[in-house]
Design a protein around this ligand. Structure first.
Ligand code: PHE
Length: 445
């Protein structure tokens, strides 16, 4: 059988499509708002550059050398104790778990595309009532759009690397960039743009505590799609002879630029037309629609375009969240792509319904433990435990387990004199940082 490989641009767009997701446009602005802007943004940027970039290269390398699903890649690259190291490949499960709530959020976005076509809330209070009504009482709407998200994502996965994933990204990523950059250009013409710039870039270190620090580091992982086998699985289909450093650079660059552009644009709108930098997950669903309302007719158009861009970002990330386990069942159990895609799709779809219900009045009581409902537990468990653990395992694996000459033969020609710094960072800096993040997020530190 001929193995499907990404084209060079296809790979970069698919990996950037994975990285650019709800994390960039929905989560980053609200956590930046929550932790006071500038200083938080700088910690996040520093983490992306110092740790994120080097783990991105390591993750690409495992996939590129392994050429198979994540479990098989770990198994093949480990010189000994293969059965132990192959467990590292099960980081692919994290993506499937993330999808449990990610698909529900994509459903909200679909709903917002449709409702923004006809009307926008005239005040933040009204927007809040609308959002909460959907979240806490409207099972039907959420289920309907969650189902749509499930069908879309599963369909693309059944079409495989070339005809599904690459093709989708070749269309949706440029569309997303065009929408966001047009809205961004408009934002730069508004008076509040400079306020947004100073909010995002002038650091107020008094706002930073250990929690803010850990959230910034954790977010750098999440937004770059690291630690759960997504980038690794895509890299298994990278063309032979590809330059991993260049590819990693493009993915990191696009992901970071889009997060900053989205943040500046949203904060400009919120300063100019709304209530200033809002906090919390409701930012794009509550404060933003009310700001769009104030803009008049252009606000209506922007609202629809914005939610379309957000949906595109979410969908291209979703396929990368599920693909690792799809590939796993294809490679290890010889399942057909159709069977693997539908089974994995059904898993996140059905468990996603429980997550959806855990926000609904009347069900949520039964689905809440220790102050978090099922939806929040899945978010917490994946971000706090699985991701940093995946990153930690990868750094140790490439830094200490895979034979150095094997790593060096590929990476030294590409990295040049920076090879030693990269290798050192994988061995010592990253593991320590990841360990600290994990313990703090779990509340141990
Ligand atoms: N990076 C995506 C985002 O920012 C989420 C994601 C994480 C996707 C891990 C794939 C793997 O939303």
């Amino acid at each position: 059988m001929k193995i499907a490989r990404f084209s060079r641009i296809g790979f970069i767009l698919a990996a950037a499509g994975s990285a650019v997701g709800l994390g960039n446009i929905w989560k980053f602005p609200y956590i930046a708002g929550e932790y006071g802007g500038g200083a938080f943004v700088l910690i996040y940027l520093a983490t992306v550059l110092l740790i994120g970039f080097s783990i991105m290269i390591a993750e690409m390398l495992i996939g590129y050398l392994g050429r198979k699903d994540t479990v098989t890649s770990f198994e093949e690259l480990a010189p000994k104790n293969k059965n132990l190291w192959k467990l590292g490949g099960f980081q692919g499960l994290a993506g499937l778990f993330i999808m449990i709530f990610y698909s529900v959020v994509i459903g909200w976005i679909f709903n917002y595309i449709v409702t923004s076509l006809t009307s926008l809330p005239s005040t933040v209070e009204e927007a809040e009532i609308t959002f909460n009504a959907m979240l806490h009482t409207d099972v039907f709407t959420q289920l309907f759009y969650h189902t749509l998200a499930f069908i879309w994502i599963t369909y693309v996965l059944t079409k495989g690397i070339k005809g599904g994933i690459e093709k989708m990204n070749l269309f949706l990523m440029p569309a997303l960039m065009i929408i966001l950059s047009s809205m961004f250009i408009y934002a730069t013409t508004l008076g509040a743009f400079s306020q947004a710039v100073s909010f995002m870039f002038s650091p107020d270190w008094s706002k930073i505590n250990s929690e803010a620090f850990v959230v910034a580091v954790g977010h750098a992982f999440f937004t770059l799609s690291l630690g759960m086998g997504a980038i690794m699985t895509y890299s298994a289909s990278m063309e032979k002879g590809s330059n991993l450093v260049k590819n990693a650079f493009w993915v990191v660059f696009l992901d970071t630029t889009i997060a900053i552009v989205a943040g500046l644009m949203l904060f400009t709108f919120l300063y100019q037309y709304g209530s200033g930098p809002a906090k919390g997950p409701g930012l794009v669903f509550i404060s933003l629609p009310a700001a769009f309302y104030e803009m008049g007719i252009i606000g209506n158009i922007f609202a629809v375009l914005f939610f379309i861009a957000l949906a595109f970002a979410g969908l291209t990330s979703s396929v990368s969240l599920v693909e690792p386990m799809v590939q796993y069942f294809i490679d290890r159990f010889s399942w057909s792509r159709l069977k693997a895609s539908i089974s994995m799709g059904l898993f996140f779809y059905l468990v996603g319904i429980i997550a959806l219900l855990s926000n609904i009045d009347g069900y949520k009581e039964a689905l809440t433990w220790g102050g978090k409902n099922f939806f929040d537990w899945v978010d917490f468990f994946t971000a706090a435990v699985m991701l940093p653990l995946g990153g930690l395992i990868m750094a140790i694996f490439v830094g200490f387990i895979v034979e150095k000459q094997r790593v060096e033969s590929i990476m030294r020609p590409q990295l040049g004199f920076a090879f030693d710094a990269w290798y050192f960072s994988l061995r010592y800096i990253t593991p320590v940082a990841m360990f600290v993040v994990m313990l703090s997020l779990m509340g141990i530190l």
